[in-house]
Design a binder for this molecule. Sequence first.
Ligand SMILES: Nc1ncnc2c1ncn2[C@@H]1O[C@H](COP(=O)(O)OP(=O)(O)OP(=O)(O)O)[C@@H](O)[C@H]1O
Ligand SMILES: [Mg+2]
Length: 266
Amino acid sequence: MSTTTELPPPDLTADAARHKLIAIASGKGGVGKTWLSITLAHALTRQGKKVLLFDGDLGLANIDVQLGMMAKRDLNDVFEGNLSLAHVIEHHAEGGFDVIAGRSGHGSLAAMPLQRLNDVMQQLRALLPKYDAILIDLGAGIDKTVRFMAAAADLAIVVSTDEPTSLTDAYAFIKLSHAAGHGDNLHVVVNMTGSAKEADTTYGTLSKACQTFLKFTPPMLGYIRQDKRVRDAIRAQSLYLTRFPGTETAEDVEAVAGRVAATLLV
Ligand SMILES: Nc1ncnc2c1ncn2[C@@H]1O[C@H](COP(=O)(O)OP(=O)(O)OP(=O)(O)O)[C@@H](O)[C@H]1O
Ligand SMILES: [Mg+2]
């Protein structure tokens, strides 16, 4: 048994380590990354965390659209070199979290040279001490900008549904991250599932493929049940947890947020 004198010296970087840059990824499009990024930001805020939500979908940015925000400044101003990242942060009053909006359909952002993107990621990391968590909503696919942003994050949440195409693309994302040396930073969330049992089956299929071919399996962070009211909330450009509190799906997101807060933001 260790005595006080045997305790290691205090980790002076512990406070800095508490702040985390978390990418939400998937491979396949349309699995709920943007909705989950927003709802997770909201749930973490309600649990007392200070959160910044960054729209990292450089091709089809739509966080501002889902939130019904009229962003006065966005990432395009940063990429054009007019403003620093800190100057394009907007506060979402209802949700209580901060947002950096992208610019939807602005092709030039998707074609951003990696050097420029690297500069923006550095600026984003410099904002970390002001927040408990910065969430990056990534675009679909596994192109180089997506991989670059995922690699720049401390952690990545890989979202998959039970569809074979979604599982295949989640596996492809995990395989590439693992090959790049970031496998340990991955966590899986099963979205749009019918039940906890179905989510376990979906995760089981994914983890079996990972174990067989990669000899490692990213842990499951949780699951989110399918609810047609998600679409209603998005249509109304409103926050799901405000509009439909207490639903099973709301509880699922809150449970995932609780696990992020308890195990990842430490
Ligand atoms: N848990 C859920 N239950 C029911 N519908 C959901 C759920 N999560 C997401 N959706 C639906 O999935 C659709 C796609 O969601 P979202 O735009 O967040 O996906 P995405 O992964 O960000 O897509 P893209 O790859 O195009 O950026 C939305 O219309 C939303 O209504
Ligand atoms: Mg999206």
